[in-house]
Design a protein. Structure first.
Length: 106
């Protein structure tokens, strides 16, 4: 969708049955451009994307704890969990275990 991770906000505590349209209307005053409500394993959570990192931070500051259908929403920074099949792109460092300590001098 073209949004950087800094422009994304994780949303928790979404009441059952809330649609992306309802969530978008709730987040629109803070500048939400795109919203998704997750289903299945992610039920009760979602993501909102904003035009800028500052808008995303402001949304977290102003809307965290705000009620939607009498349930307080949780808003926080978006953190992408690495997947096992992630392959680094050319020029990116691979995620590796920390280097072993250097051997003691003899």
């Amino acid at each position: 969708r073209g949004f950087k991770i800094e422009q994304k906000v994780w949303i928790g505590g979404i009441p059952e049955g809330v649609t992306y349209k309802e969530l978008h209307e709730h987040l629109k005053p803070a500048g939400a451009k795109w919203v998704e409500v997750f289903t299945g394993n992610g039920q009760g959570t979602g993501v909102a994307c904003f035009a800028t990192e500052d808008e995303a931070k402001n949304a977290i500051a102003t809307l965290n704890g705000s009620p939607l259908n009498d349930a307080p929403l949780e808003l926080d920074v978006w953190v992408r969990k690495p997947r096992e099949d992630d392959v680094p792109k050319p020029g990116e460092a691979a995620v590796e275990a920390p280097p072993a300590p250097a051997p003691a001098p003899e």
